[in-house]
Design a protein around this ligand. Structure first.
Ligand SMILES: NC(=O)C1=CN([C@@H]2O[C@H](COP(=O)(O)OP(=O)(O)OC[C@H]3O[C@@H](n4cnc5c(N)ncnc54)[C@H](OP(=O)(O)O)[C@@H]3O)[C@@H](O)[C@H]2O)[C@@H](O)CC1
Ligand SMILES: Nc1ncnc2c1ncn2[C@@H]1O[C@H](COP(=O)(O)OP(=O)(O)O)[C@@H](O)[C@H]1O
Ligand SMILES: [K+]
Length: 515
């Protein structure tokens, strides 16, 4: 699914009205009606007061359309207009009059804090104050209104976007954004929903298709691609009946140091579970018994040193190398990486301490093999590209880094984002249970396994990240978030593949339809 910018969506609105010969008013009617249908289906006529807070732009217009339909269907509706300027949009004004035509209870014009209504915890709040037309931080009593609504226990449903949030720009004032319980967003999700600074304002959202011109949406290069099961499924390459282990590639895991052998174990295990034909671990001497005992399927080669990696030597020819998990940043290890990068051709996944080594040593940075996949967590990323002002600045810095070093970089987190030059792929699987030691090690092994199986680096990163999150979701469903451990995630990669490929459940018919 594509994630468009506010400007692209405004353009899509324009193209749709011109090409399909419908007016903006019709489009607003369509949008407001769909929001009504959503709410009506859930409320089923319940006489719970619905408080609709409208701005004076088109987002407010959507709120007015919703209000009109709710009134016509006998709901208890209170409409408030946050009357912060006289510059009301045309479609807003027409819908304002339409509300007045059907009820004697006209919308309440709010001009100050004194107008804030009392709201019961069981009531419903509709937030239609600002949409994607927000162009500065809300101030004065409008900011106070947002804060007042956030203090209420009532359910907050935002139309299109929580008011105060920009679709694809940094939040101007964190204290002037609606904390939506749910957001019904038009046509496409907004980038702000997936970034750490702003994602909490829109933790749950649904997309309302308002029929914007499909050709325009198809031909427009989006800000980002959202990766859900539907997309991930298409990446999967089926195995051939007469294949053998040589067809699925050989992964070399270069990892571990004294006290951190688990990192190499987890990564190696995940590489096998994700389908690599062969896995060899290159480890310090102290790890030999550990890895051979933990994973009999894995071949082991040891360094000359006991506690750390000093030279990656005598290794077989491999398709993919995952390097860095638990290796530390000793100078000898930095030198080992320099030699490895310059002398051994393979597809690389560069993780954890290998990233820290690169951040420490400029010469090593220059040796990053082209098309490598780097998988930093936020701390490692900061060391690598420097600190950032906000999420958007971070994305720009990472894009620049991938251009300069011709690589792919995965920004790990709640919605991990794969970055390659100007392309962004936002992952949707995974859960907070995965914020646990070693889960990144599992991911590096998975990416390497897909590389070894012939997936190209970008696809391997995007696909492995989705599968990794899906495995984590499967574990957490039977285990709670708290109890998820990285080893469990590796053990459920198989279930993730099965879940990915199983047909979607047919939509349950409504009980009434079956009678
Ligand atoms: N176009 C279509 O066909 C469809 C559009 N749809 C809907 O339209 C929404 C976008 O509508 P929109 O462009 O009118 O902008 P919106 O978000 O309502 O607010 C802008 C108004 O607020 C003002 N303003 C801005 N920031 C401010 C601030 N901090 N503090 C105070 N004022 C501020 C700004 O005024 P100004 O900057 O001129 O002072 C302007 O008047 C979109 O999200 C979706 O819900 C759907 O109906 C589908 C069909
Ligand atoms: N809140 C979260 N929601 C979803 N996934 C998460 C969350 N926190 C962490 N993860 C995932 O868990 C993994 C953690 O990686 P990392 O921090 O490198 O772990 P480690 O270094 O312990 O192996 C990443 O893939 C990340 O995307
Ligand atoms: K809104």
């Amino acid at each position: 699914m594509k994630v468009f910018s506010a400007e692209q969506l405004q353009q899509a609105d324009k193209v749709t009205t011109e090409k399909h010969n419908i007016s903006s008013l019709d489009l607003m009617e369509r949008a407001g009606t769909q929001i009504f249908n959503w709410l009506h289906q859930r409320m089923q006529g319940a006489q719970v007061p619905v408080h609709i807070f409208c701005g004076i732009g088109n987002n407010g217009g959507d709120g007015l359309v919703l209000g009109r339909h709710l009134i016509e269907h006998g709901y208890v509706v209170h409409i408030y207009i946050a009357n912060f300027t006289d510059k009301r949009s045309k479609c807003f004004l027409i819908n304002y009059d339409r509300v007045k035509e059907i009820t004697k209870k006209w919308p309440i014009l709010m001009t100050s804090e004194a107008d804030f209504p009392e709201i019961h915890p069981d009531d419903v709040i509709i937030d239609a104050i600002f949409g994607i037309g927000l162009n500065r931080a809300p101030e004065g009593w409008v900011k106070k209104l947002i804060q007042y609504l956030n203090e209420q226990k009532a359910f907050r449903l935002s139309i299109d976007i929580p008011s105060g949030l920009h679709a694809n720009k940094p939040v101007a004032d964190m204290e002037a954004v609606i904390m939506a319980n749910h957001t019904l967003t038009f046509q496409a999700p907004k980038l702000a929903f997936f970034l750490p600074d702003s994602g909490d304002f829109a933790p749950y959202f649904e997309i309302i298709d308002i029929g914007l011109d499909p050709e325009f949406l198809h031909n427009t290069v989006p800000l980002a691609h959202l990766i859900s099961k539907q997309e991930a499924r298409q990446f999967y390459k089926q195995r051939k009946k007469y294949s053998h282990k040589g067809d699925y590639g050989h992964v070399l895991v270069v990892g571990g140091s004294y006290g951190k052998m688990g990192a190499a174990v987890l990564s190696s295990k995940a590489a096998y579970r994700a389908g690599a034909g062969l896995v060899t671990s290159f480890i310090p001497k102290c790890g030999y018994d550990i890895i051979q005992t933990a994973l009999p399927e894995v071949m082991a080669i040891t360094d000359a040193y006991d506690h750390l990696i000093s030279e990656v030597d005598d290794i077989p020819e491999v398709e993919a190398i995952a390097v860095g998990m638990g290796i530390g940043t000793n100078e000898r290890t930095v030198n080992a990486l320099k030699k490895l990068f310059s002398e051994t051709k393979a597809s690389y996944v560069i993780d954890a301490d290998a990233i820290n080594c690169i951040a420490l040593d400029k010469d090593l940075k220059k040796l990053i093999p082209p098309q490598s996949v780097l998988t930093p967590h936020p701390g490692e990323l900061k060391r690598l590209v420097g600190d950032w002002k906000d999420d958007y600045d971070k994305l720009e810095k990472v894009k620049e880094f991938t251009r300069k070093y011709k690589c792919i970089l995965l920004i790990k987190g709640a919605n991990s984002i794969t970055v390659h030059e100007d392309k962004l792929y936002i992952n949707t699987s995974g859960n907070p249970g995965m914020a646990t030691g070693g889960s990144g090690d599992v991911l590096s092994g998975m990416i390497a396994a897909l590389l070894a199986q012939g997936y190209d680096p970008l696809l391997a990163t995007v696909f492995a990240t989705y599968l990794h999150g899906l495995a984590g979701n499967i574990v957490s469903q039977s285990n709670s978030f708290e109890a998820v451990m990285a080893g469990d995630v590796a053990d459920h990669i198989g279930k993730a593949y099965l879940s990915l490929l199983e047909p979607d459940q047919p939509v349950q018919q409504d009980e009434n339809d079956q009678k």
